[in-house]
Design a binder for this molecule. Structure first.
Ligand code: FAD
Length: 426
């Protein structure tokens, strides 16, 4: 994708390419889920100190707390930028796991292959193979009734274990039970009002202040709860997975994906996931359990499993309208609304000012149901933008490969406001 419109131009990052992190304070990352853990890891690998804080008492306290989720690129039938984005994200994750096999192992990454069931046959391409129901059944080891596309190098992993593994790093300090109430710019620095929550009693200590120059908000469904981020268009969607025991030998060899998914492990299957928009409740429900049972049977009618779950997981995803994540510097939304109010008139781009941002404040989230694949790549895009490595700068001379600005029109935090302004009537 090429560099996009003026209103998506990215500012020079607060810590520019050549300064590394000279500041005495570490970069603060809020949220110890996949987004925050990958950001912290990417920064730490570039020798930048990170303080990662999370309101929960454990790492992966939110949507990333699942113990099995699918790793596969999202695809549309026809070529699209969205396909390109998810394929790049998938390739990035595979590459990271090749570079750091200990991470893949800690995440229990299992490249058993994924069969995505489709109504109509897809043409085979470089990323997947198109299968008839008979071919798919052979691959799966069990009878399937639809056409499928086979992602041979896809599979599943344990997101919670991956987050834990990413955060074991000498440059990362993790502080749990720290709830960020609000953030404010004071004397050119970011000042976080934080409350420590006691792990045993749940009681809260008096509000304290924490200061930093660079602040990355990666706090999942709560990403738009700060005054600077309240215009980020996010909707909560509750989801539940269940694990069911498999009597006898496991026959299923592939992850099966359609409206639901079934992940085979040695003695069980993990089935997910329900998707209930505008629901932030996090208790397991019988209704979602039964929905998962039905979902598994509709995908794999001959699957044999005890239809009472042995365990379950439930959390809230942060979803966006276009099902793409939000990654980048946090826009000054009030300025966006005034500076681009006339965008609907179709004036030439040069007539508009360059966009305004909250300097030093970044957002990453809105991963919906695809964060396992997309969060690592997005974290790398964001961190490369903040602290480009000499290697990356050299490669940028020749191409725009893997730069955040390359994906601006898909991922920019202000894209929904721009779309709204374009649609506005006088
Ligand atoms: C049931 C279910 C099944 C899923 N299955 C898959 C799958 O198979 N494949 C796939 O790719 N994706 C899947 N997903 C989606 C994926 O898990 C998410 O996209 C991803 O985990 C989001 O990561 P995150 O870091 O943005 O958010 P989270 O993991 O929710 O992390 C946000 C963190 O921020 C912390 N926090 C929030 N507010 C504050 C605050 N004010 N102060 C301090 N800390 C704060 C929270 O405690 C939390 O730990 C699934 C999601 C669910 C719920």
């Amino acid at each position: 994708m090429s560099i996009s419109a003026r209103w998506f131009a990215l500012p020079e990052p607060a810590h520019s390419a050549h300064t590394s992190n000279n500041s005495s304070t570490p970069v603060v990352v809020v949220g110890a889920g996949l987004a925050g853990a990958h950001c912290a890891y990417e920064l730490a690998q570039r020798n930048i100190k990170v303080l990662l804080i999370d309101a929960g008492q454990s790492i992966a306290n939110g949507a990333s707390g699942n113990d099995a989720g699918i790793v596969k690129p999202y695809v549309t039938r026809d070529p699209s930028h969205i396909n390109q984005f998810y394929q790049s994200a998938f390739n990035f994750l595979l590459h990271r796991f090749e570079q750091y096999p200990a991470l893949a192992q800690a995440a229990q990454f299992n490249q058993c292959g994924v069969l995505q069931l489709v109504e109509h046959a897809y043409p085979t391409n470089a990323n997947y193979e198109s299968c008839t129901a008979a071919d798919a059944s052979k691959l799966a080891g069990i009878n399937l009734t639809s056409h499928a596309i086979h992602f041979a190098n896809a599979g599943w992993l344990n997101p919670a274990s991956l987050c834990n593994a990413l955060l074991v790093h000498k440059n990362i300090d993790v502080q749990l039970g720290v709830n960020v109430k609000n953030v404010e710019k004071i004397n050119s620095r970011w000042c976080l009002s934080i409350v420590n929550i006691n792990a045993t009693t749940g009681s809260q200590r008096a509000t304290e202040q924490l200061e930093c120059d660079t602040l990355i908000l990666a706090n999942g469904e709560q990403l738009n709860r700060f005054s600077q981020t309240s215009d980020l268009a996010l909707t909560a969607a509750r989801g539940q997975t269940n694990r069911f025991a498999v009597p006898g030998k496991q026959k299923l060899k592939k992850v099966i994906n359609g409206k639901h998914y079934v992940i085979p492990t040695q003695n069980s299957v993990v089935v997910g996931a329900s998707f209930i928009r505008d629901d932030e409740t996090k208790q397991l429900t019988d209704a979602d359990h039964d929905h998962n049972v039905q979902g598994a049977l509709s995908l794999v009618p001959e699957l044999s499993f005890t239809q009472i779950a042995t365990s379950g997981f439930c959390a809230t995803r942060a979803t966006t309208l276009d099902r793409l994540p939000i990654v980048g510097p946090v826009p000054d939304f009030a300025r966006y609304r005034s500076d681009y109010a006339l965008i609907k008139n179709g004036l030439p781009q040069e007539r508009f000012p360059l966009p305004s941002y909250h300097r030093g404040l970044y957002a990453i989230g809105g991963f919906g149901s695809r964060g396992i694949v997309s969060a690592p790549y997005c974290a790398n895009l964001l961190v490369d933008y903040l602290h480009p490595s000499p290697l990356q700068e050299a490669s940028e001379m020749g191409s725009d490969d893997s730069h955040l600005s390359q994906w601006s029109s898909l991922l920019h935090p202000a894209r929904f406001v721009i779309r709204e302004l374009k649609r506005a009537t006088n």
